[in-house]
Design a protein. Structure first.
Length: 476
């Protein structure tokens, strides 16, 4: 149905307004990206207060799961209804999720509200790229799209430090509340400045069935892996859920292969280079995110660091990663896959050589106790939180008459807990080594493809004909 409102090319928007829109969209994208890492240094304190150690990782998983699945859907919805209403809705959902996360009183509440946060954040990446594509022509587009990578790089670098500082000063709740004033500015600028932009051409179809199947496949797999902390693989709550998730995954692939506009284009995996790249990126990301999730907790629980200190210590991991990203276009790194090689080497050093290397270089700041206990036996660590105060807690819970007899054993108990905790943390690096090896093997099978020169545009088909159209209406 044709719009009743007059249309004009998006290029007619005042350049100053365009820049204001880009700044607002990048600021919103920064908040969404920041929430992937800012929680890491706050989470040990959160778990201690909310008592939900068994679902510790779900504070990350829920956010990433909903953001990842909702992203493609938001992209299609913005093509259908315009960028402006979709962005306003997404920012609103993100802010509501942030407020509720800060108000959480139980760990399951935090997980649920983090999922709501991710549901809003999922729009900010694809729609931000779409807005840039709408506002700028091909000659300018690359420059502004490069800001997206810079925003992600900056957020991952400063997130843990900001989270630690906020946790130690005003409380972990403000890790989420800090989004509210900044997000309100983003909402206001988008409301006032971003016109209603819809691409011309055929209206896309939203693959709701594919999105539903993807959620139905991933959630039981993730729950099964979480349950593995306290059950065997043969337990229905572990192996049964994972098997169910894999079965639904097969149905998802079958459905997507027969959908005209799938949420995941299965045909792409027929391209050998694409498939190899996806596997390599998946493994490299797994190796990278595991330490981000668990190292701040180790620094605080075993190392006795504050949340702020753990945020600074994790910078030793994040800063080289940013350097690797910045230098990835160099010929040397393209030829030898240097980024994967460095990731593998760093993971090995972290798990085996911290005793021999300086603290600033080895084990990304890991004290040598982690390596000394690597491979040592230890008890289950899934329920250990706040072990920095474990000694006081043991004595406080003992009968008054038994405290003097129990006191000499407290240091050994605390040391045993620390050893078990270190063993569990070190296992993330063992996993990282395996993931990095797989990524390196995958990269070795990649072959360089020469870039083809772009085809010349026919002069009789001006670019303006295919440009997005600006739809103006009263009140917008």
């Amino acid at each position: 149905m044709a719009s009743p409102f007059p249309t004009a090319p998006a290029a007619t928007i005042d350049p100053r307004v365009r820049i204001r829109i880009v700044i607002a969209v990048m600021l919103g994208l920064f908040l969404a990206a920041l929430d992937q890492t800012i929680v890491g240094t706050a989470l040990p304190r959160i778990v201690t207060e909310l008592r939900g150690n068994d679902i510790y990782t779900w504070a990350f998983t829920a956010y990433l799961l909903t953001a990842t699945i909702s992203g493609p859907i938001y992209g299609k919805l913005s093509d259908l209804f315009g960028r402006r209403p979709v962005l306003l809705f997404a920012v609103s959902v993100f802010l509501v999720g942030s407020a509720l996360s800060g108000l959480s009183r139980e760990m399951w509440q935090l997980v649920a509200f983090r999922g709501l946060q991710g549901l809003g954040a999922g729009a900010l990446f694809p729609v931000a790229l779409a807005v840039i594509g709408d506002l700028f022509d091909a000659a300018e587009r690359g420059k502004y799209q490069g800001f997206v990578g810079a925003v992600f790089g900056l957020s991952s670098l400063v997130g843990p430090a900001i989270g630690g500082i906020i946790t130690d000063t005003v409380g972990w709740q403000w890790v989420f509340f800090v989004n509210l004033p900044i997000g309100a500015v983003v909402f206001a600028v988008i409301w006032r400045s971003l016109p209603r932009i819809r691409p011309s051409g055929a209206r896309p179809r939203v693959d709701y069935r594919g999105a539903s199947l993807l959620v139905a496949a991933l959630v039981p797999i993730l729950i099964g892996l979480t349950n593995k902390q306290s059950a065997d693989w043969s337990d229905p709550s572990v192996g049964g859920l994972i098997a169910a998730g894999l079965a639904i995954s097969a149905i998802f692939v079958w459905v997507e292969a027969r959908t005209s506009e799938p949420i995941v284009p299965v045909d792409l995996f027929r391209d050998r280079a694409f498939t190899i790249s996806v596997i390599a990126m998946f493994m490299a990301s797994a190796a990278f995110f595991a330490p981000i999730v668990f190292l701040p907790r180790w620094f605080q629980v075993v190392g006795g660091a504050s949340a702020t200190q753990s945020g600074y210590q994790i910078l030793a991991l994040l800063a080289p990663q940013r350097i690797g990203t910045a230098t990835s276009s160099l010929t040397l790194f393209q030829q030898i896959g240097g980024s994967v090689g460095l990731a593998f080497a760093g993971t090995v050093f972290a798990s085996r050589m911290a005793e021999e290397l300086p603290r600033q270089l080895a084990g990304i700041g890991l004290p040598r106790q982690l390596v000394e206990t690597f491979g040592a036996s230890g008890g289950a660590t899934s329920r250990l939180v706040g072990t920095g105060d474990l000694g006081q807690a043991i004595l406080a819970g003992a009968p008054a008459g038994a405290r003097e007899q129990l006191a000499p054993f407290v240091p050994d108990i605390v040391a045993a807990v620390h050893r078990a905790f270190s063993l569990a943390t070190a296992s993330t690096f063992v996993f990282g080594i395996g993931a990095a090896v797989i990524a390196a093997v995958m990269v070795a099978f990649l072959r360089e493809r020469p870039m083809r020169a772009p085809a010349a545009l026919p002069s009789e088909e001006p670019e303006a004909d295919s440009r997005p159209r600006l739809v103006t209406s009263p009140g917008e």
